[in-house]
Design a binder for this molecule. Structure first.
Ligand code: GLC
Length: 716
């Protein structure tokens, strides 16, 4: 094992000869003598880390996974999995996010940079032990020390590099469904949003826009004049966001297939022939995203759609999902033939059932696929977790070549740390269940810890049928997630905001309008998180070091100024909220109508009607918002509204930039610094404006610690 100093708080331990995943941008080069602290370490065919946890130790992190914010009490696996049943007994979902923090007398972070399976037994087999098993002999392990949870996370986010920045329109509402089957239907949906005055910035296209599910093709029959459709909707402020799947259909004369074969850009089987799997298009080959040339080649395929005016994509089935392989099918048929010759009894029945049930996403298939990398041939199993990551990178590399200074929207299903620099993620095929709304609430901060700030779940749920109350409550939560997309699975009930009744439509309209009004704040906070390597959505205990805060997993901090307390149970018209300090409550019904109330520190019961949701403004913080608009490009932020809850001094830096280019990296950005002080019932508002800010007027509402409300207009 070699040990390296990354910086004064971070050490890297290199065991064996690890694959370079490119997840970390600062790996450190100064070699020193040291061994992995905190853990008992065993290195054999696999690497094991063992730690005895104190009774009250908490474990945070592991990104996209099930259960709570504190991960203690379960076994988790890091192995990108195409599994639409996110039941509480699952161990892994679509992402491989190997960063966690041990919060005990000593607090430290651990990042395991490894491209295959890792198992985390967090007090499951033995309730006070943390056992990590890395399925291989070669890995990089980072130990990050620091005084608090937030600080450790920031240090980690710093070494993995700045996160992906989408265009500003990607903070608008996105509507999706598997599928809007024709161009006409897409246009009808777009018009519904416009006519009903429900803000919307994008419609996602699922598989049916393609011809026979072939990537980068268009169905002439269902989507004639695709370019015209893209343009017409763009003129109305709505972008078209097509899906791209990992598998490339095997079909003679299909350009992408032919080019891939000609240049050997597909993954291989044991015999060195292109690996054959089956996904939506039927039999496919998988682009070898771990090969530099293949990755760029695939990335450049996006060009045909970009030339038609497309500015955003979602990448799917990139764990990769394999419904079956020829090998798997042969094995299943053989087993069935064998079983046919035997008497059908309870044992043979289950063997028969399992022979088909276990055919998809089988480890055998992953182990019989190979990548042709710069470092030689690599078995897929050993790099499984970075396949989806490299599909995201592929698209991003393509975008950079196609239009270097433009920001494209990109989000993926499979991911690993490192991919956060190239795109966002959505959390895959959840269901329209209340249980999945609370899972969504608890998952987002852990995903933030692992660098994926542009993330969100399928709002209203993907599988199953949603009811109007769940749809309402889910929207009331999702407005705080950077990726705010409503997506539904095939055969499920429609769940657009207008798919229910007039009353529900009105509530969801108001909710989405609040989101649009909040975009100046959300975007500002997003960009500040990226630029300062921080989280956007955090658990309470990352900010408040008190024993109650660490027990609260159903309230979240959104940016620096807000705390939210969503409703996530049916028929609930209120809830208990824990306040670590006095806060200002804005119970939002209609964002134009502000009724503000100071709520005291401690446990409080708050009534929350179905048409309301709670926004808490933290003490000595300022919340900035504008007016809603039909789409982000129509937002007019010349006049902004400020709500400041000030005991003595509150300060806010409102970041902005052009929202479409990468010029912000060249310092083309603006900052409006607002400082509000209150002393003996006297107040002072100070504004410093740097850069080219469009803000001309501020409607300021100051609420003092005693609940006195002051209104002031400031012209800039
Ligand atoms: C996968 C995706 C889902 C999509 C479907 C069809 O299940 O996770 O979002 O709608 O495939 O493309």
């Amino acid at each position: 094992m070699k040990s390296f100093i990354v910086n004064k708080n971070i050490m890297r331990y290199e065991i064996g000869n690890p694959i370079d995943t490119d997840a970390v941008v600062n790996k450190g080069s100064k070699e020193v003598e040291s061994s992995i602290p905190f853990f008992e370490v065993q290195i054999k065919d696999e690497i094991r880390l063992n730690l005895v946890m104190g009774k009250n130790n908490k474990i945070y992190g592991l990104g996209q996974n099930i259960r709570g914010i504190n991960k203690r009490g379960w076994i988790y696996e890091s192995f990108c999995s195409d599994d639409p049943n996110h039941s509480p007994d699952k161990k892994s979902l679509y992402g491989a996010h190997n960063f966690f923090i041990v919060d005990g007398c000593e607090k430290f972070g651990v990042y395991i940079d490894f491209a295959s399976k890792i198992t985390y037994d967090v007090g499951y087999i033995k309730k006070d032990e943390l056992n990590v098993t890395i399925d291989g002999k070669d890995a990089n392990i980072y130990i990050i020390t620091g005084s608090g949870l937030r600080e450790i996370t920031k240090k980690f986010l710093d070494i993995i590099g700045k996160g992906y920045v989408p265009p500003k329109w990607a903070f608008g509402y996105l509507q999706s469904r598997w599928s809007y089957p024709t161009g006409n239907e897409v246009e009808r949906i777009a018009n519904e949003f416009i006519e009903r005055k429900i803000p919307c910035d994008g419609i996602c296209l699922d598989l049916d826009y393609m011809e026979d599910f072939k990537d980068f093709t268009l169905s002439e029959e269902r989507f004639p004049n695709f370019k015209g459709l893209v343009q017409r909707l763009k003129d109305k402020g709505i972008k078209i966001i097509p899906i791209i799947d990992a598998g490339v259909k095997i079909e003679k004369d299909y350009k992408v297939y032919e080019e891939g074969i000609k240049n050997s850009y597909f993954t291989l089987d044991k015999e060195g022939k292109p690996f054959v799997g089956a996904v939506w298009p039927g039999k496919v080959h998988f682009p070898d995203f771990l090969n530099k040339d293949a990755r760029l080649w695939f990335g450049m395929q996006y060009k045909s759609l970009i030339e038609m005016g497309v500015e955003g994509f979602w990448n799917d089935m990139n764990e990769p999902a394999i419904f079956y392989s020829e090998n798997g099918i042969d094995k299943a048929y053989k087993k069935i033939d064998e079983l046919k010759k035997q008497e059908l009894n309870i044992h043979t029945f289950f063997q028969l059932k399992d022979s088909v049930n276990n055919i998809n996403n089988s480890i055998d298939d992953y182990k019989s696929m190979y990548h042709n990398t710069e470092k030689g041939i690599v078995n897929h199993y050993n790099v499984h977790n970075i396949y989806g990551y490299n599909m995201t990178k592929s698209a991003s590399e393509g975008f950079n070549k196609i239009d270097n200074n433009k920001r494209f929207l990109l989000f993926s299903r499979a991911s690993a740390i490192g991919a956060h620099r190239y795109g966002g993620i959505w959390t895959g095929d959840n269901s329209s269940w209340w249980e999945h709304l609370i899972m969504n609430i608890k998952m987002l901060p852990s995903i933030n810890m692992c660098g994926f700030i542009y993330s969100g779940a399928d709002t209203c749920g993907f599988g199953s049928n949603v009811d109007s109350e769940l749809a309402t409550r889910w929207n009331q939560f999702s407005i705080f997630a950077p990726l705010y997309r409503n997506h539904a699975g095939r055969g499920t009930r429609n769940q657009e905001p207008f798919a229910f009744d007039i009353e529900t439509e009105e509530i969801i309209r108001n909710t989405i309008k609040f989101r649009y009004a909040m975009i100046p704040y959300l975007y500002s906070e997003y960009m500040k998180s990226i630029n300062s390597s921080d989280m956007l959505i955090a658990p309470l205990c990352f900010e408040y070091d008190d024993k109650h805060a660490s027990q609260v997993e159903d309230q979240l901090l959104v940016g620096d100024s807000l705390m939210i307390a969503p409703i996530y149970e049916p028929n609930k018209r209120g809830r208990y909220v824990y306040l670590p300090e006095d806060m200002l409550l804005w119970k939002v019904k209609d964002y134009n109508n502000k009724i503000l109330e100071v709520i005291n520190k401690g446990h409080n019961y708050i009534d929350v009607n179905i048409d309301e949701f709670c926004v808490f403004i933290r003490k000595n913080k300022i919340f900035v918002h504008g007016e809603a608009a039909q789409s982000t490009e129509k937002l007019n932020n010349k006049t902004l509204n400020l709500i400041a809850f000030v005991e003595n001094k509150a300060e806010y830096n409102l970041y902005d930039d052009d929202g479409i280019s990468k010029d912000y990296k060249k310092d083309k950005k603006s900052n409006l610094k607002i400082i509000i002080t209150v002393e003996n019932e006297k107040y002072n508002i100070k504004i410093e404006n740097t850069g080219n800010n469009e803000v001309k007027k501020l409607n300021v509402t100051i609420v003092t610690a005693y609940g006195k409300e002051i209104k002031e207009i400031v012209n800039i």
